[in-house]
Ligand binder design. Structure first.
Ligand code: SF4
Length: 473
């Protein structure tokens, strides 16, 4: 942390609201999704007909010769809809509908597998996100993953991530998840207080977390991640401290912490609208940042390293990870899907409403279940909208995403895009320094802790003018 720059007494502050109001906070991609359009779908269809690009750069050896390929599958089923959820999820689908969905996803994957863009590549990483992937039964999971591996092999896969809702996990299911090749189990704990879980609409309770975590440990998953959220409805400082203590007691390999945001399509916003309220009934941004800062400090004391604005990874004494070989901190846990995506990997995204990126074009699938199934039944890819970023937009995308790790190498961008970020982003970087959140030192642009805690609102400084005040999603 750069103490000389972290001077809130003299620094000006960025524009931004103190209270939590409706809208997206988290920046997961660029240009904003609202600029992706149905009329650009021909772009992605054309991209699929081209061979994969040369792999420009990878910090992880051995370096493949073509762009790394990830597969993402959205499993849109949940036991209950959480009040803060903004994903496309269904709580009413029976086993027939789920089987139809799995068959559609497999067919979708097999259509992609024939395209030149895949070019015989095997998957470098696989991600099952949701929704709740662990909502599927053991039989459904086996059928799904056996089918996927037959279409695009997982032989060289470096990471398979699987998101779980603790209450859906039985010992039998966890064993099957381990056997299907999952390396990183991510438990959506969110909070350890049953009252807070209940009032926020979560389906699970804390005793299910402990049971699932204990058995997952026994099964020897290489990495277990715990997800928590700072600032849920009725969260208090005392509870938050207790939540962090309980997280550390479990000693997961990594912890992800998100600050509660209230996008438009959440139940919380619907209730605000009915009540005519502008401010969400959750902690304000300053409080959430203070809570995440507290969590990061406690995790550091417990031997974790902060590897991005949202992640803490446990250091392994004497252990050397691929990340440490590449010059990063010596840690046991990795986030391969994150690091590869943020460095421009291809992401073959499957399932309803999922977001992907292939051959330089972004795309998103149809967000309606029936439309998604119907398109696949007709033998068509279910793509709803797309966008091909310009080279400058690609540069901005990678730069803002990598800045979420707290440090960016300018040399990387110079080699890849032929542009020096210190020149391209001179104004935004100057602003960040004036606000006291970052510094440029030789090849690197870095954020201090205070900057990292609010990185998502700072990233807009790097956006093109037409994207700055636009709706994000
Ligand atoms: S479990 Fe996750 S995806 Fe499902 S409703 Fe809750 S937040 Fe949304």
């Amino acid at each position: 942390m750069n103490e000389t720059i972290l001077n809130t007494e003299t620094a000006k502050t960025p524009t931004g609201e103190k209270e939590t109001t409706v809208g997206n906070y988290f920046v997961s991609n660029y240009p904003p999704f609202s600029f992706w359009k149905p009329e650009f779908v021909p772009d992605i269809l054309a991209a699929l007909e081209r061979p994969p690009a040369h792999n420009f750069f990878s910090t992880i050896e051995p370096r493949p010769s073509t762009t790394p390929l990830g597969i993402y599958l959205h499993i849109p089923f949940c036991r209950k809809r959480c009040h803060f959820c903004y994903f496309k999820v269904y709580t009413d689908k029976d086993s027939v509908a789920i089987r139809a969905y799995i068959d559609a996803a497999l067919k979708e994957l097999s259509i992609y597998a024939t395209k030149p863009i895949i070019g015989g590549r095997t998957a470098n990483f696989v991600y099952f996100g949701g929704g709740t992937p662990s909502y599927l039964s053991v039989d459904q999971l086996k059928y799904l993953t056996d089918g996927m591996k037959k279409i695009i092999p997982w032989d060289g896969v470096e990471e398979v991530t699987f998101e779980c809702e603790p209450g859906t996990l039985t010992d039998h299911k966890l064993k099957a998840i381990r056997e299907m090749g999952v390396t990183r189990l991510s438990l959506g704990v969110e909070n350890f207080c049953d009252h807070i879980l209940e009032i926020n609409g979560r389906a699970h309770r804390s005793k299910e977390v402990y049971r699932a975590y204990g058995y997952a440990r026994e099964l020897g998953f290489p990495q277990i991640n715990i997800d928590i959220i700072a600032g849920m409805v009725e969260e208090t400082e005392a509870n938050w401290h207790d939540c962090i203590a309980k997280t550390i007691e479990l000693s997961p390999d990594s912890v992800t912490i998100y600050q509660m945001e209230v996008p438009y399509n959440t139940t919380i916003y619907q209730e605000m609208k009915v009540a005519g309220k502008l401010v969400a009934p959750v902690a304000d941004w300053e409080t959430k940042r203070a809570w995440v800062n507290y969590a990061f400090n406690e995790l550091e004391k417990a031997g974790y390293t902060i590897s991005s604005a949202y992640t803490a990874v446990r250091k392994q004494p004497g252990g050397e990870s691929q990340e440490s070989k590449a010059g990063g901190p010596s840690t046991s846990a990795q986030f391969i899907y994150r690091d590869k995506l943020w460095a421009g990997a291809d992401l073959l995204s499957l399932g309803v409403a999922s977001f992907g990126h292939l051959g330089g074009t972004h795309y998103q699938n149809h967000h309606d279940f029936e439309t998604y199934l119907a398109k696949i039944t007709q033998g068509e890819l279910p793509i709803f909208r797309a966008l091909t970023p310009t080279n400058d937009e690609k540069l901005i995308r990678e730069f803002v995403l990598q800045l979420k790790r707290g440090r960016v190498s300018c040399d990387y961008f110079h080699k890849k895009f032929g542009v020096d970020p210190r020149v391209r982003f001179a104004k935004a970087l100057q602003t960040l320094q004036e606000w006291g959140f970052g510094k440029i030192e030789g090849d690197s642009v870095s954020l201090n802790r205070e900057g990292l805690l609010q990185v998502d609102r700072l990233l807009h400084e790097f956006f093109l003018p037409e994207h700055k005040n636009a709706r994000y999603a």
